[in-house]
Design a protein around this ligand. Sequence first.
Ligand code: SF4
Length: 208
Amino acid sequence: MKLSESIIRYPLNKENILLINPITGAIDIAPNKILTQMSEEDKNYLTSRGYFLSGKERLSALKNLQKTYEQHSENVPYRFYILTTLNCNFGCPICYEKKTLENSEATLEKLEKIIQAIHTFQQEHKIEDKKMNLIIFGGEPLCVSDKEIIHYILDSAAQRNWEVIIVTNGSRVKDFIDLFVKYSKTISGFRVTLDGPPEIHDARRPYR
Ligand code: SF4
């Protein structure tokens, strides 16, 4: 008996291979020799992991996968990232946006077009309001010179019953508390980037 061609195989080293069964979701590390000589014991084990399905079992597994996919699609949120600025008040050595930090702030005019484009996308794809999420992102998205930029995004989302998540290094949150309180029903979460305990965080993420 041979493994089906639909099994994904990744050699790990001289002795072992990683097997992935995309139909059942089984993932196993097995000896290489299983590909050429399969003992009864190996066969029983792999059968118990769903590697050898009959035509009927295979069809039933695929139908279940389709059902799971459809249920997942019903609930999956749509996330639209809005980069308010690539500027940042931190100077993390690991930052991959280092080269683009300057002169990158969104204008209200651009934001209006962005919100309109997202709205059009929602209508065209008939997406329910509750699945719509705006992610305020940067650089450090709260390093904008005009507070109205954050206000505009929050207000646009509130008017449409969309939700907003803010990804921030946390350093400027105090300056926006009044807005965050006003739009607390629209903001579903903050993602504050922290690198461990204070001494490690501060060493890795210094102010510029
Ligand atoms: S806080 Fe984020 S955007 Fe700012 S320098 Fe650090 S990694 Fe880059």
